[in-house]
Design a protein around this ligand. Structure first.
Ligand code: NAI
Length: 458
């Protein structure tokens, strides 16, 4: 006899866990959802949603600062962080309320507290024990640091601390030029802080196509964001006024704050996974393409599974697992088909293979085309620079779409369909894109790839 037996027991109510819960309940399964924090997890409370609210406030600040470019008289008189935070927290609160209501209305049992796997498909929360015919591990991730680098939450901070700042720092060193580093660098630069990014690898957002990194670096340079690539961090000392960071080679850089954005680690420590015989690697849970661990009836989704640590990947895996458990035989998720967006100013959006990876796989059968947003009416109206780059297989499908420019993140849906449906340039070229939109740039790039470029391209 336990405190609750469910068809599906889920550990963690972040994007992966709650999506699984909603879909499983919709499919008529009984669901227990264990959560120690708030429903919605990192994405809703300390990740995607609040950071994108900050980025939107940053865009508003840029619009005010640059108003004269459009003939509008306005000035940026300052950033009221209390006001920014209240806007951001309001967005989170409304979404949280909606999600809580939705979960309740689906009859999902929410079990509040820290769960630990203590037996086959069994989770213990405090003194209570729950079982599931299937168990889904969805315990998420945490902000990593480097050995010996302690996050004190005051001078040396993670993105979670950064979201709670009640002031715009005068200066910040951002350690790590990945997605989080570039997004926060972008926000703080818009808010008027002096920003320096330190990146160990030779380029910013190194997981993206090289052309996207170069374009972001150009834009950041123009925005006076200082970035130092091929510059590994060595040590930090706190000073009276902030931090002094020493990089390899001996240079010392000072600022008010150090943001550590060197990746996220899987939250799996002490949760009993290994004790139950689940195969792990460097703290991650290994799962196959059907999200199954090596233990019968135990699934894993989201950031604890090696691969892209993106909310929408976890979300889709959660839905997949619910359908798998319900016997619907869903189609496995293609990791390369997961869209990726960095919401900096300018944005980077991509899906599929970058040029280097495509060349490794297909050699000279690859063809690429880059359409400059300079030729796109809406981008000119917005005064944004950038491009749409396509990587295609000669006489074959589009293998990758890479875009840079303000708001290009909104174009990724079409790019994802093109990639996932293995469309050829000739299939896309005749599609009619509304004018004037940035979507036209996607259409124009496919015309060019099909050898029918109407406007100039490079
Ligand atoms: P990341 O892996 O994207 O970037 C970390 C960067 O830190 C890397 O470029 C790495 O080379 C650098 N680094 C590591 N050690 C270093 C050292 N000692 N010195 C200098 N540089 C060093 O990780 P990030 O940005 O922390 O993001 C974590 C996860 O969250 C990522 O998987 C990301 O995709 C996800 N995320 C996604 C967002 C989105 O989709 N818009 C937004 C924010 C995060």
């Amino acid at each position: 006899m336990t405190d609750g037996d469910f068809d599906v027991l889920i550990l963690g109510a972040g994007s992966g866990g709650y999506a699984c819960a909603l879909r499983a309940a919709q499919l008529g399964l009984t669901v227990g959802l264990v959560e120690k924090g708030n429903l919605g997890g990192t994405c809703l409370h300390v990740g995607c949603i609040p950071t994108k609210a900050l980025l939107h406030a940053a865009e508003v600040a840029d619009s005010a600062r640059d108003a004269s470019k459009f003939g509008v008289s306005a000035t940026l008189d300052g950033i009221d962080m209390a006001g920014v935070n209240s806007y951001k927290d309001g967005v989170v609160a409304r979404l949280f309320k909606g999600l809580t209501g939705l979960i309740k209305s689906r009859g999902i049992t929410v079990i509040e507290g820290e769960g630990r796997v203590t037996g086959p498909r069994t989770v213990t929360v405090g003194a209570a024990t729950y079982t599931g015919k299937s168990l889904v591990l969805a315990s998420g991730s945490y902000s990593k640091s480097l050995p010996g680098l302690e996050l004190d939450g005051e001078r040396v901070i993670s993105s979670e601390h950064a979201l709670k700042l009640d002031r715009v720092p005068a200066s910040v060193i951002v350690l790590g030029g990945g997605v989080i580093g570039c997004e926060f660098a972008s926000v703080w630069a818009s808010f008027g802080a002096k920003v320096t990014i330190l990146e160990a690898l030779p380029r910013l957002v190194a997981a993206e196509d090289e052309a996207s990194s170069k374009a972001l670096e150009r834009a950041f340079r123009k925005r006076k964001i200082d970035f130092r690539t091929s510059t590994p961090f060595q040590s930090v000392k706190t000073t009276d006024s902030g931090v002094a960071v020493t990089v390899e080679g001996g240079d010392v850089i000072e600022a008010e704050l150090l943001l550590v954005a060197v990746g996220r680690g899987p939250s799996t420590d002490g949760l009993g996974y290994e004790e139950q015989g689940i195969v792990m690697e460097r703290g991650f849970v290994l799962a196959d393409e059907r999200c199954r661990t090596n233990v019968e009836g135990v699934f894993a989704v989201g950031d604890i599974v090696p691969g892209l640590q993106l909310a929408h990947r976890g979300f889709q895996q959660g839905i997949f697992v619910a359908e798998e458990i319900a016997g619907l035989d869903p189609k496995p998720i293609d990791e390369a088909g997961i869209p990726r967006v960095t919401y900096s100013h300018p944005e980077i959006a991509s899906v599929g293979l970058d040029e280097a990876t495509a060349r490794e796989q297909y050699g000279d059968d690859i063809t690429t085309i880059t359409y400059d947003l300079g030729g796109n009416g809406k981008s000119q109206i917005l005064q944004t620079a950038g491009f749409v780059k396509l990587v295609g297989l000669k006489d074959g499908p589009v293998l990758g779409v890479h875009m840079v420019g303000d708001r290009v993140g909104e174009l990724i849906g079409e790019a994802q369909l093109i990639y996932s449906w293995e469309a050829h340039a000739d299939d896309v070229a005749p599609l009619i894109h509304a004018h004037p939109t940035q979507n036209e740039a996607l259409g124009e790039a496919h015309l060019a790839l099909a050898g029918k470029a109407l406007h100039a391209h490079s």
